[in-house]
Design a protein around this ligand. Structure first.
Ligand code: 2AM
Ligand code: CA
Ligand code: CA
Ligand code: CA
Length: 257
């Protein structure tokens, strides 16, 4: 039997420890390489943070499995039991080029249900947390339920490139108060939970980009789905929308009717 309070406290310590490690590593030069294409970056720090969690889990929770972006996800084909879904650094391009606005993102799922979520903005030292059924917090301060702000008063976030994928998004670009492109899916979902954004949209995200954020956002009444409005599997790459209920409904209406 899992003790979720204990798992929450332990994983929170590990997230903060990973943040300390990343900040320390940034004092010296970082080894950058590319994966699928020249803009798809990975560093030795991404890999080391994933390795840190692999070792911690082996020692403390040997029956739990890790689905991490930098290698361990290849071993995971179902969400049976307890699975830690980790993005060691979400926003690697920001990490490399800007040295800010990147996060460690973690969702802990049990039999496919999100139980614990963390998103840690390492440079801002801002930690978004949630334990299923107990609300969501930022640095210990409880987040309010998301409010159904009108589109005209909303700030939406999407990678600029995605607007070229679906021109129907232009309606939202024109009508919303503002549009942003921050480059860290995890932080953008956390910002929807905190009411700093009303929606975040992407055409291609992996489970590790969204697993922590989904737990956090659901705790404050936000909606996560794919672009068609269907439930996410947390096993495959998919389209993604995180939004307050009103903007989610409007997106579904304008994009699919
Ligand atoms: P990453 O930094 O962990 O790779 C950038 O807009 C956001 O999309 C980041 O959260 C980034 O995560 C993610 N991302 C980057 N490349 C991607 C790709 N090829 N497919 C899906 N998501 C990607
Ligand atoms: Ca990546
Ligand atoms: Ca990511
Ligand atoms: Ca990553």
């Amino acid at each position: 039997m899992n003790d979720w309070n204990e798992i929450y406290n332990t994983s929170k310590e590990w997230i903060l420890e990973a943040g300390d490690y990343i900040r320390e590593k940034m004092k010296s030069s970082i080894n950058v390489s590319s994966k699928a294409n020249q803009n798809d970056l990975v560093t030795d720090v991404d890999k080391a943070v994933e390795e840190f969690f692999i070792e911690k889990l082996k020692d403390k929770y040997p029956t739990h499995r890790l689905m991490g972006e930098e290698g361990s996800a290849e071993l995971i084909s179902n969400l049976n039991g307890t699975v830690w879904i980790l993005d060691p650094i979400d926003g690697t391009v920001n990490f490399v080029h800007q040295e800010c606005f990147f996060a460690v993102s973690l969702g802990i799922y049990h039999e496919g249900v999100g139980m614990v979520g963390f998103i840690y903005d390492v440079m801002k030292d801002e930690l978004f947390t949630a334990l299923k059924g107990h609300g969501a917090y930022v640095n210990g301060k409880k987040l309010d339920t998301v409010s159904n702000v009108s589109l005209q008063e909303s700030i939406l976030s999407v990678n600029v490139g995605w607007i070229l994928e679906d021109r129907r998004l232009e309606y939202f670009v024109k009508e919303a108060r503002g549009f942003r492109s921050y480059g860290s899916a995890a932080l953008e979902i956390a910002y929807v939970a905190a009411g700093r954004l009303e929606a975040y949209i992407s055409f291609a995200l992996h489970p590790w980009d969204i697993a922590g954020g989904a737990v956090i956002l659901k705790e404050v009444g936000g909606i996560v789905s794919n672009y068609e409005g269907r439930e996410l599997t947390y096993l495959n790459k998919d389209t993604f929308i995180a939004a307050n209920p009103a903007i989610h409904e409007l997106l579904m209406d304008k994009l699919h009717n």
